[in-house]
Design a protein. Structure first.
Length: 300
């Protein structure tokens, strides 16, 4: 390793290092303190671990023990826990596990939950066992639920029991849904036509006296077909402000159900509301109409 040399002066018979060299030499003589990488490593790990734990805690694919399912079903303060437990029960029903029946009384009670997300999931899960009469009875009650998404899930589910009482709700699912204002005020912040929405998407705000805002959220998944009020204009209670066209998945599920409960009166409605949709929808619509006509002919 090359050695560093310093200049020497002989002034007044004494020898020494130049001032600038003296400082450099002192610096080089001190051991260099290296920063520990541990804090940075911990911080980096937190950026990875924290989102993972949040995702893992809400991922419905995570298997739950029987005790945890029972615990989650009782945790109505955390609807995600209830939904997770219900999704596990649905999977077990589909797998033919008879042990799931231990939770049926809890599921029926959850049909009366105040949480929309719980009721809509319960309605769907109860359709997976079309031999459970307690589910059949609960689904008939959910057909009158205040939330459109719950009524539609109940209509789809009750069809699996061979029950046609959900037919009118299924036909309604093919039509655009009109969203009305929950209060008087000034219409603000609407989404644009053709915007994709899901249940709970913020559609608009209604500005009210006293600097109060009432939010209007989407009750159904789909696409905004029309906005019927100009932003900044006044609106009154129960005035239609937005029309939502159904999404493709909802239409497909509805057409599948109508194969079993649709009537000859529904054929024209099916044709009218699917003729401008995708090829997949048109194909299913044709199969549904054919199935309805075949059933009607058999009855005659």
């Amino acid at each position: 390793m090359p050695t560093r040399h310093t200049s020497i002066s002989s002034g007044n018979g004494s020898a020494g290092k130049l001032p600038e060299d003296s400082g450099n030499a002192a610096d080089s003589a001190k051991p260099q303190r290296r920063r520990s990488p541990l804090p940075l490593a911990i911080l980096a790990a937190l950026f990875i671990i924290a989102p993972f734990l949040a995702w893992y805690g809400t991922w419905f694919g995570r298997n739950l023990s029987d005790d945890t399912i029972t615990q989650y079903l009782a945790d109505q303060e955390n609807p995600r826990h209830v939904q997770h437990a219900l999704s596990q029960i649905e999977s077990r029903i589909e797998a033919g596990d008879p042990g799931v029946k231990r939770w049926y009384p809890q599921i029926v009670r959850l049909a009366g939950s105040n949480a929309l997300e719980i009721r809509q999931t319960v309605a769907w899960v109860m359709g997976q066992d079309n031999k459970a009469e307690e589910f059949h009875i609960a689904l008939a009650q959910l057909l009158n639920d205040s939330a459109p998404i719950v009524r539609r899930n109940a209509a789809l589910a009750i069809t699996r029991f061979g029950d046609a009482r959900g037919r009118s709700e299924l036909i309604a699912a093919l039509h655009p849904f009109d969203v009305m204002t929950p209060a008087d005020g000034v219409f603000e912040s609407s989404l644009a036509p053709r915007s994709i929405v899901s249940v709970g998407t913020l559609l608009a705000r209604i500005e009210q006296a006293g600097n109060r805002n009432t939010e209007v959220r989407s009750p159904l998944p789909g696409k905004i077909e029309k906005v019927l009020v100009v932003e900044g204009n006044p609106v009154t209670l129960n005035q239609v402000i937005v029309s939502i066209a159904p999404d493709e998945r909802s239409v497909l599920e509805t057409l599948l159900a109508l194969r079993f409960v649709g009537t000859s009166e529904d054929v024209a409605t099916i044709d009218r509301h699917t003729r401008n949709m995708s090829a997949k929808i048109k194909e299913q619509a044709a199969l549904t109409v054919k199935a309805i006509q075949s059933r009607v002919a058999d009855v005659k």
